[in-house]
Design a protein around this ligand. Structure first.
Ligand code: CP
Length: 324
């Protein structure tokens, strides 16, 4: 079966197909009955070795809206805390008949290992691995940008050619930034990273993007500005500026937001450090899409599960089918 391990693996046509399928799924959410029968009898396991609010809940909602059975596994409170390995955990899930395993893991490469090990037969979806990738986050971000910058209907079949996207903050530790840079490049967008020099990854020269250290200079030329969470749990304090210094140079407040073009949106994958990378004024403004991104995440994850598990009938046909 196919897997979704990395946004870098997606072709332009793959990515546009997922975005277009997610538009169909979003329309299901507007119906009185929000469920489709397409994955009835299939089992999706959410295997989370790291904390999550948005990704875990939205994969669960997505699988349930497609009528799949869902098993939620959290490493906390499981036999992982007694030292059980990823292999033995995977063999246990296989014995229970998992058709898809959605995995979040602190180790970069864990989803790839699961997909290529032969321990399980089902499809593997990466829900965030270490500092490597978070492909469904990048897909829901691209979906949000396409809806906001082009429109839900006008956007069908379209990529993000010529759109200027600025990604700001802790790029070094951000799997969201990595996945976005690759996917946005594939979709034709022009990406600029803005970060303190200590939070720019080695090897960024080979990424399909520009790097700047001057946020005020880049903002007026941005169609979307994505603020990243400062991941203090992953960093050595010695390399980090003080919170006040960080907010002053790289944080987005109302004055800075006013430098953006009127049509431009502010994005954040969540969870947010309010007062650090983004002020409450900006986070709660109409221009910030953080909550919309969460809602769009359900549509994207429905599309991914549907496309990977190969629903035996069209995802969306008519109201009668949706209600069976
Ligand atoms: N954006 C994101 O991945 O959030 P969670 O860690 O809450 O899933």
């Amino acid at each position: 079966p196919g897997h979704l391990i990395s946004a870098a693996d997606l072709s332009r046509d793959d990515a546009v197909l997922i975005l277009d399928t997610a538009e169909e799924m979003a329309r299901v959410a507007d119906r009185p009955i929000k469920k489709l029968p397409t994955l009835r009898g299939r089992t999706v396991v959410n295997l989370f070795f790291e904390d999550s609010t948005r990704t875990r809940i939205s994969f669960e909602a997505a699988a349930k809206r497609l009528s799949a059975d869902v098993i939620n596994f959290s490493a906390k409170g499981s036999s992982v805390s007694k030292g059980e390995s990823l292999k033995d955990t995977a063999l246990t899930l296989e014995a229970m008949g998992a058709d898809a395993v959605v995995i979040r893991h602190h180790a970069s490469g864990a989803p790839y290992r699961l997909a290529t090990s032969g321990w399980i037969d089902g499809v593997v979806v990466n829900a965030g691995d270490g500092t490597h990738e978070h492909p469904t986050q990048a897909l829901l971000d691209a979906f949000t940008m396409r809806r906001r910058l082009i429109g839900p209907d006008a956007g069908l079949g379209q990529d993000l050619s010529g759109r200027r996207i600025t990604i700001v903050g802790d790029v070094l530790h951000s799997r969201v930034a990595r996945s976005n840079v690759h996917l946005l490049g594939t979709l034709g967008a022009e990406v600029t990273l803005v970060a303190p020099p200590t939070l720019v990854p080695v090897g960024v020269e080979s990424w399909p993007c520009e790097v700047s250290y001057d946020l005020d200079q880049v903002l007026p030329k941005s169609d979307a500005v994505m603020m990243l969470r400062v991941q203090r749990e992953r960093m050595n304090a010695a390399f980090f500026p003080t919170e006040r210094e960080y907010a002053r140079r790289y944080g987005l407040d109302g004055d800075r937001m006013a430098r953006m073009p009127e049509h431009a949106v502010v994005m954040h994958p969540g969870p947010m450090n309010r007062g650090m990378e983004i002020t409450a004024e900006v986070a709660d403004s109409d221009r910030c899409t953080a909550v919309e991104q969460v809602a769009n995440g359900v549509s994207i994850r429905m599309a991914v599960l549907y496309l990977l598990l190969g629903g035996s009938e069209p995802a969306v046909t008519n109201n009668a089918t949706a209600r069976t």
